[in-house]
Design a protein around this ligand. Structure first.
Ligand SMILES: C[S@@+](CC[C@H](N)C(=O)[O-])C[C@H]1O[C@@H](n2cnc3c(N)ncnc32)[C@H](O)[C@@H]1O
Length: 269
């Protein structure tokens, strides 16, 4: 298959990647045949996935707007994905924040390359190729240390990523590892695929496809997701479905069959 000019040389075109499959759900163009084939298989059994991806992005935007309104200026977007409409720095700019700082972190080579291309020359932003499961390593990166002032509140975004981290890799410790680096007034923003109600047969089938993929999806109940927050305090309305977190009224209605997953924005006191 032809390698598009934007594809980094070291990327494996034959294995679907969650970043590029998600890009396809969102209508993006930074994906390959293997990603599209996988996404189409999932969409065939569960067409609601595309709406769930958009609903997740809409939550991320509302959460950033809410934190910006509280004065949070610094954001570490962990597992930030392939840049799409409404990236964190754009949401901040739209909210009138002129001194925002955002570091985008991902381990997918296409996500990193495309983020670097889009963000070149955008002040207050940086891109790091890193594994979010190692908070100490991510936090020690020169771009993170150079851009983020850890004496001021930071928002750590873990949006639609922790469901790729199995229990053995201690997702709660990952959340705690980031939260420990923030001063009081810092926040964790989290969204997670869920198991808060019995899955429909179509959802079971879609889940099974991810389980057999290079990146299995771990579904957790709302209670299990709440436990990931440790001693952080969830802001109202708590741990809820993405569309139920401070709906703005100007976004598309929740996907039919309702969300399988939950979100939270939690503060370090
Ligand atoms: C479903 S996408 C979510 C993107 C974005 N956070 C959002 O919610 O729109 C998951 C992203 O997390 C990234 N990711 C998964 N595991 C990761 C890890 N261990 N370290 C860094 N990035 C990771 C993937 O490459 C992908 O870009």
């Amino acid at each position: 298959m032809d390698r598009p000019s934007w594809a980094p040389a070291d990327v494996d075109l034959d294995r679907p990647s969650v970043a590029r499959v998600y890009d396809y759900y969102l209508g993006g163009s930074h994906n390959f045949a293997a990603d599209r084939a996988f996404a189409e298989q999932v969409l065939k059994v569960m067409p609601a996935v595309a709406g769930l991806a958009r609903s997740n992005r809409a939550f991320l935007r509302r959460a950033v707007r809410a934190l910006a309104a509280q004065g949070v200026r610094q954001y570490l977007d962990l597992g930030s994905g392939i840049p799409t409409v409404g990236n964190v720095h754009e949401v901040l700019a739209d909210a009138g924040v002129t001194d925002g700082r955002v570091v985008y972190v991902d381990h997918d080579p296409v996500a990193v390359a495309h983020s670097r291309a889009i963000l070149a020359g955008v002040p207050g932003t940086a891109v790091v190729a890193g594994d979010l499961r190692s908070p100490a390593e991510v936090l020690a990166q020169p771009q993170v240390q150079g851009l983020i002032d850890f004496t001021q509140p930071v928002a750590f975004l873990l949006v639609a990523v922790l469901h790729f981290v199995p229990d053995e890799q201690r997702p709660a410790d990952i959340v705690a590892g980031y939260a420990a680096a923030g001063v009081p007034g810092s926040h964790v923003v989290l969204s997670h695929a869920g198991l808060d109600r019995p899955l429909t047969p179509a959802e079971e089938e879609a889940w099974e496809m991810y389980r057999r993929s290079p990146t299995p999806l771990i579904l957790r109940t709302n209670t299990q997701v709440e436990a990931l927050l440790g001693d952080l305090t969830a802001l109202p309305p708590g741990v809820v479905a993405p569309h139920a977190w401070r709906p703005a009224g100007d976004e598309e209605p929740p996907p039919e069959g309702n969300a399988i997953g939950c979100v939270a924005v939690a503060r370090k006191d």
